[in-house]
Each structure stands twice: as C-alpha cells, then as structure tokens.
Design a protein around this ligand. Structure first.
Ligand code: UD1
Ligand code: CA
Length: 452
C-alpha cells in the first residue's frame, strides 16, 4: 500500500447552508461531514490527516478535536491559497487533497486513486467524474489522445468548454515536492481573483511533468454539499450504504428505506428491525433482537435476545432476554438486567434494575437500585425529588411493591419486603416485612340514602 498524507480543504463559509454552524460540521448519519472525510482517509491508510480551516475554525477544532492536524486559512483566497497554508505538512510523499464538504468519498476510491497515480508515474492526478449536468464544476480539458491538459472553471470557460461533461471533483493526488513548486507559481489571474489549485496542473504540465485523471465509477462519491437539499440527498445515499452493510452482516430490515441507522452502530445477526426505527450513533445491538416500529435508541448497549417495542432508549444498557415497551422511556444511566420486563408507560432514569425484575405498567423509577426478581405493581412512583435535591431508593431482591405505592426517597425496602397497594412508604421496610402505609377504610352506612 502506498503511503500518503490527506489534506482536507474546509475553510470556506458555506453560505448556502444558511446556518450559524460551519458547513463541514453539519451531519449526515449522525457524523459531521468533515469527520466522514477524516475517517475515510484514516481507513484508507493515510499516515497523516490535515484539515485547512478558516470560517468557524474554533468551533471546528472544538468539535473535531485532535482527530487530525489543523492549518488555518484566515482569509479565503481560493483553493490553491488554502493548500499553501498547509504546506508545512507537504513532504516528499503522496498528498491526497480532499474537500470537507464531500463526505461520500470511500476509502477504496482513495486507495485506488493513489495506486493509479503511483503506477502512471503522474506528478498530479485529478479525480474526475462524468456528469450529465456539469454546471458549476471545473471542466477537465483533455487532448485528442485523452491526456489531461488543464482544468477550466465554469466562470472562466468558453461555450465549447462548458459542454464538457467530465468534471473536477476537487480531489487530487500530488507528488508532494512537485505540488510545493507549483503552489509557489500560482497567480490569481482569473475571473474570481483567487489562487486556483486547479492551475497547478497546467503549471506542472508546462514543466514537462505528467498529469492525469482518475474517473470514479460511482458519481455519488464526489457529491459536494452546498445546501440543505444536497445534505439530505447525501444522507440518503450514506444511509443506504450503512443499512446494506448491516444486511450483509445478517440483520433483517422489514422496510429498510423507513429506518435510520447512524454511523458507528453495531447490530448482531438475526436481529430484526421493523419499519420506522431510529438507531443513533454509538449504539450496540445484540443478536436475535427484535426492534419494533417507532423505537429510538441512542448511544445504548442492548444485549442478545432483547425485544423492544415502540420505545425510547437513551444512553442506557439492557441485558439479555429482556423485553421493553411498548411505550417505555429509558433515560440516561439506566441499566436493566437479564430477563427483566419493562412494560408500557414505564419511565426509568439513572437506575439499576436487577435480573428478572418486572416493572410492567405505568411506573416511574428514578435514582433507584432495584434487586432481582422484584415485582412492581401498576402505578408505582419513586418520589426522588423534594424540589431541591434528589435521593435514591433502594429495593432488595424478591420484593413486591404493591400497586400505586409511593416510595419517598431516601428509602429502602429490604430483601423480600412487601408494600401494600396504595402505600406511601417513608421508612425502611425490613426484610420480609409487609408495610401498610395508608388509612384504614371506613364505611359510612347508608350514606348515599341520606344524601338523596
Ligand atoms: C472547486 C474547483 C472546481 C471543482 C469544484 C468541485 C478550484 C479553483 N475549483 O470549485 O474545479 O469542480 O471545486 O467541488 O479549485 N476552500 C478553502 N479556502 C478557499 C476556498 C475554498 O478552504 O479559499 C475549500 C472550501 O471550503 C471547499 C473546497 O475548498 O471545501 C472547494 O471550494 P469551493 O469554493 O466550493 O470550490 P469551487 O469554486 O466550487
Ligand atoms: Ca469558489
């Protein structure tokens, strides 16, 4: 494999996004545009990745962090000028130039382009595509033998040149040393008064160096994103790639075009994803799970043989063989053990639920540690908040919490403890005790007769 450095041009403003956020920080499939390009570079074996940033540089650095090196282009004077700002990262090796707003480029294409570049003995190779509608792109000018001569920008093109369908993707492979020499010779003599990186090709050619074009097989790979429409188109393409990959790995999707699976999601074999499921980034789903319609899972770890129906799970973990929902809400820092049952209209927050425990209906468990084989009656509430502070509820193993119990925290139900239905529990329920904490029933004889 050929070694190379990736330099990602990402200093532009992205005006057409109409956004406060720098364009390259907009996301598809849960990951920033520039992050897709960084990750693809790394996967393709780039030894170093450098991003040239300018507009919103601080925000970009803050969000992307130390995943790559940075060069700053304070003023945007063109793509050539952008690359000049990263010249300290240009060595004798191969330099792959990419753009931060074209996230669909694959590691395979990068590798193939570098390979092609090396084998052809080129000084510069431009990655091209053949488009039906080439409007807006730089056109590739070739001689009658097919050799690349130069790139002409739309704004500088003659009518004949505008008819050319082969376009510049804005991605290139250069020999580092040649690139530095050519950058030195760039001038801003063009319609936009910018330093065009594209002019380096003509410069190299005039010095007797070899330049070439590498045409991608799949035009989607070079799609750039300028507005929200292109953003959603790229989302769709990336989404199809992701879901196809899961299907190849043994996951069933009943209606794949309705589900969204973001980047960095693992799903085990024989898991079935029903329509309208949304699994956000950084989640892991085990094998043999059923993920029912209307489920949203975010940054969670779901073990094997789990069934989830129409529920929302955020930053939580669910162990093997447990069922969740319909209409359960598992909030951050919740852990549910094995073969547990979390039923309808149950909300769990910052709690541990032991193996085999059942919280079947209409219950709120917050800031609680619950043992194994506990049964919650319908309508239980852990009263965890006094308006100022939050307190924990502790429930041992094999407890039985009667319907409509209030557990006023901090409070403990020891192993085998029972609470009578309708109790408001404020003190410890000792081991194997039954706590009844409600007024006794009084019957007023013939009360209704008298009322009449
Ligand atoms: C550029 C190419 C064009 C190609 C097209 C592909 C040039 C002169 N033209 O045109 O041939 O078809 O890309 O999309 O290179 N950038 C900076 N600093 C700058 C200017 C741009 O970092 O001063 C970055 C932008 O953030 C963007 C990339 O470079 O990621 C391309 O810039 P853009 O202005 O979109 O290039 P085009 O004029 O469309
Ligand atoms: Ca431009």
């Amino acid at each position: 494999m050929k070694e190379f450095t990736s330099i990602i041009l990402a200093a532009g403003m992205g005006t057409r996004m109409k956004s406060q956020l720098p364009k390259v920080l907009h996301k598809i499939c849960g990951k920033e545009l520039i992050n897709w390009v960084i990750d693809a570079s790394k996967k393709s074996g780039a030894k170093k990745v450098v991003a040239v940033i300018g507009h919103g540089a601080d925000t970009v650095k803050e969000i992307i962090g130390d995943k790559c090196e940075y060069a700053i282009q304070a003023e945007q004077k063109g793509t050539g000028h952008a690359l000049m700002q990263a010249s300290s990262y240009v060595d004798d090796g191969y330099i792959m130039v990419l753009t931060g707003d074209a996230p669909l480029i694959t590691p395979e294409t990068m590798k193939n382009a570098v390979e092609y570049h090396a084998q052809s003995g080129n000084s510069a190779t431009v990655i091209t595509a053949i488009l039906d509608d080439a409007t807006g792109y730089g056109r590739i000018i070739r001689d009658k033998d097919g050799n690349v001569l130069k790139i002409v920008e739309q704004k500088d093109a003659t009518d004949d040149e505008k008819k050319i369908k082969e376009i510049n993707s804005g991605m290139y492979v250069f020999n580092g040393k040649d690139l530095l020499e050519a950058l030195d010779k760039l001038t801003p003599n063009n319609a936009q008064g910018e330093y065009y990186l594209t002019d380096t090709l003509e410069i190299l050619l005039s010095e007797g160096k070899k330049i070439g074009g590498y045409t991608v097989a799949d035009n989607d790979e070079i799609r750039g994103i300028n507005d929200r429409i292109q953003l959603s188109e790229a989302e769709k393409i990336m989404q199809q790639r992701i879901i196809k990959e899961h299907m190849k790995n043994g996951v069933t999707f009943i209606l794949p075009q309705t589900s969204v699976i973001e980047d960095n999601v693992e799903i085990g074999t024989d898991t079935i994803i029903y329509p309208n499921v949304y699994i956000k980034a950084n989640s892991k789903i085990g094998s043999n799970c059923t993920i029912g319609s209307g489920t949203q899972i975010s940054a969670s770890a779901i073990s094997d043989n789990v069934t989830i129906q129409s529920s929302v799970l955020l930053e939580c973990s669910v162990d093997e063989g447990t069922t969740v929902g319909p209409f359960a809400y598992l909030r951050p820092n919740t852990h549910v053990g094995k073969k547990a049952r979390i039923g309808d209209f149950v909300e769990l927050k910052n709690s541990n639920i032991g193996d085999g425990t059942k919280v079947s209906h209409l219950t709120y468990v917050g800031d609680s540690d619950v043992g194994e084989r506990v049964n919650f009656g319908c309508g239980t509430v852990t009263v965890n908040y006094d308006g100022k502070n939050k307190y924990r509820t502790t429930i041992g193993d094999d407890c039985f919490i009667g319907c409509n119990t209030n557990l006023v925290a901090p409070v403990t139900v020891e192993n085998g403890g029972y609470t009578a239905a309708g109790s408001t529990i404020t003190d410890t329920v000792p081991e194997n005790n039954l706590a009844i904490a409600r007024a006794r029933q009084v019957n007023k004889e013939s009360w209704n007769d008298r009322r009449k």
